[in-house]
Design a protein around this ligand. Structure first.
Ligand code: PGA
Length: 236
C-alpha cells in the first residue's frame, strides 16, 4: 500500500490526476473506473486541463463508473451520468459509446447488474479504479453489511449516506433510497486502485479502513488486501 499525504485538496487532485494520466499514457486503450462525489471533482478538472494542453488522449479509452442512483434518468442533474458528463466526459475526446455508468433507471435491475459485470469483463477488466470513501467506509455504494457483495448489485442506502448526499438535492426527500453499484470483487479485481479522501472529517474512517480490522462493516477495509493500492489523503 502506498500512502501519499497531500498538503491541500489541490495537491491531492494533481497527484491523483497524474497517476490516472500516467495510466492512460501507458495504456491508451485501457479501462479506467471512475467515481462521483465531491472529492474527485478537482482530479477531473486537472485531467481536463491535461487534455486541453495536448498532454492526454482519451480517444481509445473505456470508462466504467462505480454506481448510479435508482430511478433518476441520465439527464437528471443529480444522476451520476450527468455528473460525469459535466465534469469530465463531455470535456475530453473519449468516445461516448465507450463510457459506461450502470443504469438505475430500469425495470429489470438484476439484468442490468448482470449486463454491467459482463461489460466490464468483455472490456478486459479495470486497469485503474478511482475511489472516494463515504463517512461510513462505503466504496461505490457498497454500504456496511454482514458480507462483501461480489458483483454489481442494487443496495438500499444507509440513513447516513442519504444525509450526506442531501446537500446535492433540494431536500432530503428527493434523495433516492436505492442505488446500483459495482461489487467489492469487481473493485478488488481492478489491477490498480487509487483511493482519494479529503477533509478532517474523513481521516478517522480512512485510518480505520487502512489500519483497522478487515470487515464488511467497513467496506473499504478490504482494500488492505489489494496488491496495488494507492491512497492519497489531505486533511485540509
Ligand atoms: P464525497 O463522497 O466525495 O462526496 O465525500 C464520497 C463517497 O461517498 O464515496
Amino acid at each position: 500500500m502506498n500512502i501519499i499525504k497531500a498538503s491541500s485538496y489541490e495537491q491531492m487532485s494533481r497527484h491523483a490526476a497524474n497517476i490516472i494520466a500516467a495510466q492512460i499514457t501507458l495504456k491508451p486503450t485501457g479501462v479506467i473506473g471512475l467515481a462521483t462525489g465531491s472529492t474527485p471533482i478537482g482530479t477531473y478538472d486537472r485531467l481536463v486541463e491535461l487534455y486541453q494542453q495536448g498532454d492526454l488522449d482519451f480517444s481509445g479509452l473505456t470508462t466504467v463508473n462505480l454506481d448510479e442512483y435508482c430511478g433518476l434518468a441520465p439527464d437528471h442533474p443529480q444522476s451520476y451520468r450527468y455528473f460525469m458528463e459535466e465534469y469530465l466526459l463531455s470535456k475530453v475526446n473519449v468516445a461516448p459509446e465507450n463510457t459506461h455508468v450502470p443504469s438505475g433507471n430500469t425495470d429489470d435491475i438484476k439484468a442490468e447488474c448482470r449486463a454491467y459485470d459482463e461489460l466490464i469483463k468483455a472490456a478486459g477488466g479495470i486497469d485503474l479504479q478511482l475511489l472516494g470513501i463515504g463517512h461510513n467506509g462505503h466504496i461505490g455504494f457498497n454500504e456496511p453489511a454482514d458480507h462483501f457483495p461480489k458483483g454489481t448489485h442494487s443496495v438500499s442506502l444507509k440513513e447516513g449516506t442519504i444525509d450526506a448526499n442531501t446537500r446535492f438535492f433540494e431536500s432530503r426527500d428527493e434523495v433516492p433510497r436505492t442505488a446500483i453499484t459495482m461489487g467489492i470483487k469487481t473493485i478488488m479485481d481492478a489491477r490498480k486502485v487509487l483511493l482519494i479522501a479529503s477533509g478532517a472529517e474523513k481521516m478517522a474512517i480512512v485510518d480505520n479502513a487502512i489500519n483497522g480490522p478487515i470487515t464488511p462493516e467497513v467496506p473499504a477495509s478490504i482494500l488492505q488486501l489489494h496488491p496495488d493500492l494507492t491512497v492519497i489523503i489531505c486533511e485540509d
